[in-house]
Design a protein around this ligand. Sequence first.
Ligand code: HAM
Length: 420
Amino acid sequence: MNIQTIKGFKDILPDEIPKWDFVEQLLRKLFKSYHYKEIKLPILEETTLFARSIGTGTDIVEKEMYTFDDRDGKKITLRPEGTAPVVRSLIEHNLMAATPLAKLFYIGPMFRRERPQKGRYRQFYQAGAEAIGPSGPLQDVEMILFLSQFFKEMRISNLTLEMNSVGCPQCRPNYKALLQEFLKDKQTGLCENCQRRTLINPMRVLDCKNESCQKMLHNAPEMVHFLCGECHDHFEEVKSGLGVLHTVYRINPRLVRGLDYYTRTAFEWKSDFQGAQNTIAAGGRYDGLVKELGGPDVPGIGFAMGIERVIALMDPSLTPEIELPLFIAALGKTAQEAALLILAELRENHIGAEMDFQNASLKSQMKKADRYNARYVLIIGEDELKSGKATLRQMKTKEQEELPLQTIGETLLEKLRPPI
Ligand code: HAM
């Protein structure tokens, strides 16, 4: 059997690239206007970075990381997410000294060994943003505003924004103890994982996908009711900011996110499509993470979106079929050489153009032009060379005109140069 891609990994083929380009270009444009700078980070990191930040009791760290021993015995991991690496990099390069608030974005592949299904892959792409440094509750609102604008420009509707506050190290222990107490006599109804997590990380039970576990949570205490004064005020200010922008959201008291570093605000954008894989973007605040990883005691907030999931929902009319501006059908060696010169001139001016180097028949070259979706075909044959003219055919309208070969470069540039 021929070698194929590994389960959960997929090729992104040339036909799909225009959508990817569109998404990335829009993201870059928006990030620039929101004053975020790009950061490119390694795909491999030391395993401890993720264990310490995402948390040892999480699905990602317990079951999903691609971790292996490097040749020198060091444990390394294919990054399952981007927040911890960004924080690691900020600390390592002391970037927070230079900018009071580091606003960074990244676009790249992440790796999680989850059960693959539609919209869920083992290698997937995220676009993420992090704002690290002193800020206020309106920073949370700015993050959400960015996503709102992005989805609007992608013409993705039917998304719901869910919000919660997961508290902080002041108020969470008390809540965890209450939740543990609540779950104590419900152990038989919980899955094995949740029975274990009741003891080590009871909030993880709240986002278990298992239906029977969800049933057990009826009337469970909710974090929003046990927030300390500061967390409560923070959440109120975030909600008030969203109100000012007329952003519609729903409070989901069970929203705890699958990573342990979150504090206070947590949010998810969900679509009504795609079944269980319906979270398109998600994020939250992580006020203790920078300190936990050895940096200064500064807060942070961010989000990441799954690009495959965004592309599955985007309006296809945003990326019309790509045309090749010009195909040159040249017949015979002299005509081919003349065509090569024209081709070079167009490409020097960054105009897409193509010809056939096989010296095939006119019929077969026209077929090729069709398959390339050429807007124009320039025909240069023996007759054209003799008369000093070439024939330019507009493929859609089938209109033809004769163009003098002497000034053909300039004429074509004028016709094909995209409007400024
Ligand atoms: P996350 O919720 O684990 O958060 O992932 C963010 C998004 O990545 C998800 O909402 C989903 O769209 C996409 N995603 C996750 N796993 C997969 C998968 N297996 N296949 C396809 N798409 C997937 C984070 O990663 C945090 N680092 C977000 C963040 C940034 N929080 C603060 N800053």
